[in-house]
Design a protein around this ligand. Structure first.
Ligand SMILES: Cc1ncc(COP(=O)(O)O)c(C=O)c1O
Ligand SMILES: N[C@@H](CCSC[C@H](N)C(=O)O)C(=O)O
Length: 458
């Protein structure tokens, strides 16, 4: 659907028709022109997440669901704002404008899932193009890139993107895309986005730096501000927050790039449905308060596990090897952490002994979740590749929700004891790891009679 010239008769007609639904007090073309830097953001993010003016004919205070596939046109020459929901829908447009503001973007597009977003983005690639990406990636991302490599003639290099030199050493003028996650899922490794963006653009000014911001959300990080060209997120996670929809979000500042991505969405028909647009709009309003609680809980749980001798991966812990790098870019540590037990069967017993923590893939939901990534979210990466990429099979991922932190810690403690992951001592318990034993020795603790090093059934 093309955007009519603002002075043309068609545009005048469109204004008339559209005055019945004047969302945000603006006319909303499917290809919105950038208004001002950061799309007119004026307040703190927590306020902007909630603040949105929806002026419709009945004064509805939240965006109505325009559950219509088609829209009547003022004439056969076009002239109406919308014609067909695949091409554009008022509920979706309202959401996209809101998200563009939150993501410091000039344009935001929403599609049916996070993987749908990556599919749209990777359609910018041609056979022979080179992609540089990480060696610790979400399993579905790895699967799509493998498909492109095997079937579309795209050359994919997996390197340790947490080491800037690994990228610098492989980048060439043929590099068309650099695709990064930070923190990575599930090893919680950090990538230096500003430096990688700079060296990518130095090597090829047309290359696009794509950042998957699902783990942090715009609440904690805006990759577009530090040199990324495209940011995408699984809206299934923090943005919606309740695990009741699938959604994908793409944000850009470059108008031409935005138009190309919109073209693919319209051409392939993966735009977010009106109903899911409504639910995502509703979810995003509580992002700040959810994230605040989730990461406060995550910090307590990470400290709890570490203090008992587990090897914990979480950027909120000073022991994280890239703690300084993470905090030089992000405003928070997020609410996903992982830890190792040294034994796959033991990890399985812990996961299965948990009650409050649901055994489930995904993260960013109000409920706390526990999982074994190698068997669940990352099972699509074969065992050999997982081993080559040093992904520990025993790794447990915790995705922390908004419950009471003491309840979460109590339930986890019980699961650790029941699974035989800890040794009970006079002063509490210590993980059955080298670190746990060292901590116990340092504290002068001795095991009590109730030592639970055996493997009780779950
Ligand atoms: C980091 C990351 N990116 C992208 C995705 C894909 O999102 P979706 O499940 O909404 O397709 C996921 C999870 O599925 C993820 O964990
Ligand atoms: N069976 C799904 C697994 C989805 S994993 C969801 C999420 N990204 C996570 O990390 O937990 C698939 O094969 O894609």
């Amino acid at each position: 659907m093309s955007t009519p010239n603002s002075d043309s008769p068609a545009a005048q007609a469109a204004k008339k028709v559209f005055s019945r639904l004047d969302l945000d007090g603006h006319h909303l073309p499917p290809s919105p022109a950038p208004s001002s830097p950061h799309n007119g953001r004026r307040y703190a993010l927590a306020t902007e997440l909630v603040y949105t003016e929806t002026k419709d004919q009945y004064g509805a205070s939240s965006i109505p669901i325009y559950q219509s596939a088609t829209f009547k046109q003022s004439s056969s020459n076009g002239g109406s704002e919308y014609d067909y929901t695949r091409s554009g829908n008022p509920t979706r447009t309202h959401l996209e404008r809101h998200l563009a503001k939150i993501m410091n973007a000039n344009r935001c597009l929403t599609v049916s899932s996070g993987m749908g977003a990556l599919d749209v983005i990777t359609r910018l690639l041609k056979p022979g193009d080179e992609v540089i990406t990480g060696d610790d990636l979400y399993g579905g991302t790895n699967r799509l890139l493998t498909y492109l490599k095997n079937n579309q003639g795209v050359i994919v290099h997996h390197v340790d993107t947490t080491n800037v030199d690994s990228v610098r050493n492989i980048i060439t003028p043929k590099t068309a895309m650099v695709l990064l996650e930070t923190p990575t899922n599930p090893l919680i490794k950090i990538c230096d986005i500003p430096t990688i963006a700079r060296i990518t653009h130095e090597a090829n000014e047309k290359a696009v730096v794509v950042v998957d911001n699902t783990m942090l959300s715009p609440m904690l990080f805006n990759p577009l501000d530090v040199g990324a060209d495209i940011v995408y997120e699984s809206g299934t996670k923090y943005l919606s927050g309740h695990h009741d929809i699938m959604a994908g979000v793409i944000a850009v500042n470059d108008t031409e790039l935005g138009d190309k991505l919109y073209f693919t969405i319209n051409a392939t028909g993966c735009g977010l449905s009106p109903n899911d647009s409504f639910l995502l709009m509703r979810g995003v309003k509580t992002l700040a308060i959810r994230m605040e609680k989730q990461q406060a809980n995550a910090q307590r749980i990470a400290e709890f596990l570490e203090s008992h001798g587990f090897k914990v991966r979480y950027p909120g812990l000073k022991s994280h090897p890239q703690y300084d790098l993470h905090w030089s870019m992000a405003r928070g540590a997020g609410a996903v952490l992982s830890f190792e037990t040294g034994d796959v069967a033991l990890s399985e017993r812990i996961v299965e002994a948990a009650r409050l923590w649901g055994i489930s893939v995904s993260f960013g939901c109000v409920n706390s979740l526990i999982s074994m990534p190698c068997r669940m979210s990352h099972a699509s990466i074969d065992a050999k590749t997982r081993a080559e990429r040093q992904m520990p099979e025993d790794i447990i991922r915790l995705c922390v929700g908004i419950e009471d932190a003491d309840d979460l810690i109590d339930d986890l403690s019980r699961a650790l004891v029941q699974a035989g992951a800890v040794t009970l001592t006079i002063d509490g318990f210590h993980a059955n790891t080298a670190e746990g034993a060292a901590a116990a020795a340092a504290a002068g603790s001795e095991a009590t009679e109730t030592t639970t090093t055996a493997a009780p059934s779950a």
